[in-house]
Design a protein around this ligand. Structure first.
Ligand code: ADP
Length: 247
């Protein structure tokens, strides 16, 4: 496969903070429809990598190509528009609005909550809300105030708000943090459904969950990739064992 066939191709990516290389000449290639999990000890550079891909942090060197288009120096909103969605750990939803409104205002046509609230909800938006609500398991909660949802449901709603924009690459930072066992199960199913026609990058610490969802695992350490491959392969890699056991 040539590098142009990947949905995401990160090459020689480097970012320095006061001379410290948080990401150091990193290469990462993600396939279409792939669910990639990034693991690694605290400080490995996982969050910084996602910050670079979504444009929150600007690279010192290297390139980030999405669908073969250069993203490296684009502003954050252009990267979102190109089809990259990012969810942070803490849900940022409109607690006082209904689930329906939260999804409706996330439809790209009505950017920003004030603009969108004045919008007449046309059939296309409603159909999209219904589709996404079904996908995230909240179809029977559309009229509920979002603040009344459970912690897990709020996380799914935020994923749904991203799905309203039809991203082709979705990046999630510890999506099951604080979830019950049942919610974790449902989140694994949801991620599985999402990557039927999208690519997903997840940062995760829970190894049972990683084993359950990952198509491929990338292990980071000190701003570099230490190992990459199936969960079985990286788990038995002596370099990975060393880093995790601190030998
Ligand atoms: P991880 O997500 O794997 O825990 P991070 O990406 O948060 O790691 O951090 C990687 C390293 O980069 C850490 O040493 C962190 O302190 C440093 N770092 C991250 N962001 C900044 C910043 N804005 N300024 C200075 N150092 C930073």
């Amino acid at each position: 496969m040539s590098n142009t066939d990947f949905v995401l191709a990160v090459e020689d990516l480097t970012v320095s903070f006061d001379g410290f290389k948080a990401i150091d000449s990193l290469n990462l290639y993600v396939d279409r429809g792939e669910l990639r999990v990034v693991i690694g000890p605290n400080g490995a550079g996982k969050t910084t990598l996602l910050d670079l891909i979504c444009g929150k942090t600007k690279a010192s060197a290297g390139s980030i190509k999405f669908k073969n288009q250069e993203m490296t120096r684009l502003p954050e909103h252009m990267i979102v528009r190109a089809g990259i969605g990012r969810k942070f750990q803490t849900p940022s939803i409109y607690e006082n609005l209904s689930v329906f409104k939260n999804l409706e205002v996330s439809y790209p046509r009505g950017r920003g909550v004030f603009g969108a609230l004045g919008f007449k909800c046309d059939d296309a938006v409603k159909a999209k809300v219904d589709e996404v609500a079904g996908m995230i398991g909240l179809a029977d909660r559309l009229d509920l105030e979002a603040g009344l949802l459970s912690h897990g449901q709020k996380q799914w709603l935020e994923i749904g708000m991203l799905l309203m924009q039809d991203p082709e690459l979705l990046m999630l930072d510890e999506p099951i943090a604080g979830m019950s066992a049942r919610e974790r199960e449902l989140t694994a199913d949801l991620l599985n459904r999402i990557c039927q026609n999208r690519s997903v990058i997840v940062i995760e610490h829970d190894m049972d969950f990683v084993a359950r969802i990952a198509h491929k695992v990338t292990v980071m350490h000190q701003g570099k990739i230490l190992a990459e491959g199936s969960m079985d392969k990286v788990q038995s890699d002596p370099k990975v064992i060393d880093v995790y056991l601190g030998h």
